[in-house]
Design a protein around this ligand. Structure first.
Ligand code: LLP
Length: 422
């Protein structure tokens, strides 16, 4: 469910016409819906209302200040994976006690900042990380709350690049070593064991991998408690996948997810943390782009648009499917024929869609790449010296530019000549 729909023949974000936005802002641009972000958070919160849970939005999905403030104002905590994300969360006014810190490569500097700020928990991913955290905490006279991220070796049945819970992934500590590592943690100064953590992958569209993983996790919590560790919370990982193909691939409802958690882990009588990113931000955002040329080679129709792989890398990197529709409803009604939607970047991998049945599109037409709110703008770069595109947040009839378009002075101004070149 999202708030992008045709009104009077033009695609709107809530009450704002995207055709008008394109005039005001030029293209390409990302556009997010406050109503959709809010709805997703609230549906999730309601689904898990029977459990004592802290929903920590995984900021990696979309870390714009205005997006995280929208969610923080609704009570969301944040899952951060870098000093940059931690600083963004704090800058948006998220209380440190609602922040958890994930990631395999936390540095001493990152640990120090997080400890000084008093975050809720470090999700520790390795023994060297545990030892370093103990050293830093002692140095600062602080105590780090920790949960160990365990790797349950479960196949999340998602794209290989976003699978995180298999034994050959770099993430977490194997189940066979978990008890030993907890025993070590219990002896370390500056470390307070509070939980267990897990994350098996992203864009998970069935509950079965979660069911498998949670059963394993539940067993571990019982063993750890029997070993004398005070496990008071379980971090159940990210969220569910989102329906990139519209109604054709609808993932389970959050209610079913919550029922599974209750069923597999409810008996532990503990608090829960979850770190959803995509299911909150995914279809709360779109990327709007304009057709530059249409090139028919006789063999193939290429629709060349002004957004490219540097703006949205998901199709190139994960073979991801994003629905693409014209902003004009009349165009949408024209007869479909197969085409590739490609950008101006000089790589054959620069496409937003391939061999896709698409309506007739002409130079100047606007298109909307749907479900681009998560892992879109955050993964953008300036390859081919293309400017980072603006981000806009809509709220009913209002819109705000929440990140202006980069300028060429911004872009080139980052470079410096070497001293001998002056
Ligand atoms: N927590 C941890 C520790 C994670 O590694 C991730 C995602 C999440 C939470 C959020 O998972 P979600 O609820 O969004 O499924 N760039 C890729 C996705 C990478 C996800 C990595 N980790 C993409 O565009 O598909």
């Amino acid at each position: 469910m999202h708030h992008f729909s045709y009104r009077d023949g033009v695609l709107h974000a809530e009450d704002v016409s995207l055709a008008e936005l394109a005039v005001d802002l030029d293209t390409p641009f990302y556009c997010y819906s406050t109503a959709t972000l809010t709805r997703h958070f609230q549906v999730l919160k309601k689904a898990f209302a029977g459990l004592d849970i802290m929903i920590c939005y995984a900021m990696k999905a979309n870390s714009n200040q205005a997006v995280i403030k929208t969610l923080a104002d609704l009570g969301a905590g944040m899952d951060v994976v870098s000093e940059g994300e931690l600083r963004r969360a704090l800058a948006a006014g998220v209380p440190a006690r609602r922040i958890v810190f994930s990631g395999v490569g936390k540095t001493a500097a990152e640990m120090s900042l997080a400890l000084r700020e008093g975050i809720a928990c470090f999700n520790v991913e390795s023994e060297p990380e545990l030892e370093l955290l103990s050293t830093i905490a002692q140095r600062l006279g602080e105590t780090a709350n920790i949960s160990i991220r365990v790797n349950p070796d479960v196949d999340a049945k998602t794209h290989v690049k976003i699978t995180t819970g298999k034994s050959d992934n770099k993430f977490g500590i194997s189940m066979t070593r978990a008890r030993e590592v907890y025993a070590r943690a219990s002896k370390l100064a500056g470390i307070r064991i509070t939980g267990v953590d897990m994350h098996i992958g992203s864009q998970i569209t069935t509950l079965e991998p979660y069911q498998q993983a949670y059963r394993i996790l539940g067993g571990l919590v019982e063993e750890l408690r029997a070993d004398g560790h005070p496990i008071t919370h379980v971090d159940i990982g990210g969220g569910l996948g989102v329906p990139y193909r519209g109604t054709n691939d609808v993932p389970p409802h959050p209610d079913e997810y919550a029922a599974l958690v209750l069923d597999t882990l409810g008996h532990l009588n503990c608090k829960f943390v979850m770190e959803p990113g995509r299911m909150i931000a995914g279809n709360a955002g779109i990327l709007v782009s304009r057709v530059i040329h249409v090139k028919d080679t006789g063999e193939k129709r290429f629709i060349i648009v002004d957004a490219a792989m540097n703006d949205l890398i998901r199709p190139t990197l994960y073979d991801a499917y994003h629905e693409i529709i014209p902003v004009s409803e009349a165009r949408n009604a024209t007869l479909n024929s197969l085409a590739d939607i490609v950008g101006p970047v000089c790589e054959s991998g620069d496409y937003l869609a391939q061999n896709r049945p698409l309506p007739q599109l002409e130079p100047g037409d606007l298109i909307s790449v749907m479900t681009a709110g998560a892992y879109g703008a955050v993964q953008a770069c300036t390859y081919n010296s293309r400017l980072l595109v603006p981000e806009v947040l809509v709220n009913g009839p209002h819109y705000a530019i929440i990140r202006p378009r980069q300028t060429y002075d911004d872009l080139i101004g980052l470079d410096r000549l070497a001293s001998w070149q002056h």
